[in-house]
Design a binder for this molecule. Structure first.
Ligand code: G3H
Ligand code: 13P
Ligand code: ZN
Length: 314
């Protein structure tokens, strides 16, 4: 099975009331943990790479790792996706590098400009059979002025604008601001996502796939391990898994998860360092980190509802 685009995956996810997990990769261990999990659970997969990941690991290394993952798992449909591309040039680079999907995040720009840049990316990407995710509204944690739910709620996607945006830009999926934010410190108290916004957009754009960024749950198990072994993440709080389940049953077809991967890896590395201070072999701490990622991702695939759906998404 070669790499695939998002079209069939999103169609099946929409119809089936589930969402595809889009996991951020930065190195071999993270990639292996994720891919081993989807292979066991027979789930479709989106592997996404941020600009930061490319700067850290070099795109050629990441593509080579993904290439092996694809060859080793011929039954798993895998999308390679650029996460938060911030200009036409960056998106073009990833299209030229062979990615099957790109995100243009021009959400900081005024509506007209966002449409213009997104349309430019769509025109180029579609010539190469590459799908385009765009963003409307502002998510916390990346967009500078938006840091938490209090701010996030002021920047929710406007459903009317979403219709105009999708029609004029021609994008294939839309990341919406519905109360989530990036990173480990999303909320100060029990969060409430704007399901009404998701539903209103879905009513106006029937069948159109939506994307939920900032969807890590900041799992207690890993937060506790990190804090037990010398870390300091006391106020970390994420999106409850019940909320993810609910969104996945609605029009949300792609759910982005990075922080939960980072925390699983960090928790296990901290645990090994604390329990075995003489350890100096990276395989002895990266290995447990990779195992923790695998188990965590397996669990997420059931929350998203995409476990067992690989065959129908090919
Ligand atoms: O959306 C952001 C992702 O978590 C990627 O973060 O730019 O630090 O790689 P990064
Ligand atoms: P988290 O920080 O919640 O994992 O979100 C990741 C993300 O949205 C990547 O685009
Ligand atoms: Zn994001």
């Amino acid at each position: 099975m070669a790499l695939v685009g998002t079209e069939k995956m999103f169609k099946m996810a929409y119809k089936g009331g589930y969402a595809i997990g889009a996991f951020n990769v930065n190195n071999m261990e993270i990639t292996q943990g994720i891919v081993d999990a989807v292979a066991e659970e027979k789930a479709p997969l989106i592997l996404q790479i941020s600009r930061g990941a490319r700067d850290y690991a070099k795109i050629s290394y990441l593509l080579a790792i993904i290439d092996v993952a694809v060859k080793e798992n011929p039954d798993i449909p895998i999308v390679t996706h650029l996460d938060h591309g911030d200009s036409f040039e960056v998106c073009k680079q990833f299209v030229d590098d062979g990615f099957t999907s790109v995100m243009i995040d021009a959400s900081k720009l005024p509506l007209k400009e966002n449409i213009r840049v997104t349309k430019q990316v769509v025109e180029y990407a579609h010539q190469h059979d590459v799908s385009v995710e765009a963003e409307l509204g502002q998510l916390g944690g990346i967009e500078e002025d938006v840091v938490g739910i209090d701010d996030v709620s002021k920047h929710l996607t406007d459903p009317e604008e979403a219709v105009e945006f999708v029609e004029k830009s021609g994008c294939d999926s839309l990341a919406v601001a519905c109360g989530t934010s990036h990173g480990a410190y999303k909320f100060k108290s029990e969060p409430k996502l704007a399901f009404d916004v998701i539903q209103k957009i879905a009513d106006k754009l029937p069948g159109f796939p939506l994307v939920m960024h900032g969807s890590s749950s900041v799992l207690k198990e890993f937060k506790d391990l990190i804090n037990k072994y010398g870390g300091k993440m006391p106020d970390a709080m994420g999106v409850p898994e019940e909320a993810i389940k609910r969104a996945a049953k609605m029009a949300v077809c792609k759910v982005n998860i990075d922080t939960d991967l980072r925390m699983a890896l960090t928790a296990k590395i901290r645990q090994v360092f604390a329990e075995k201070p003489a350890e100096f072999d990276p395989r002895k701490y990266l290995g447990p980190g990779r195992d923790a990622i695998k188990e965590m991702v397996k669990h997420k695939l059931h929350i998203l509802g995409c476990a067992g759906k690989a065959a129908e998404c090919r």
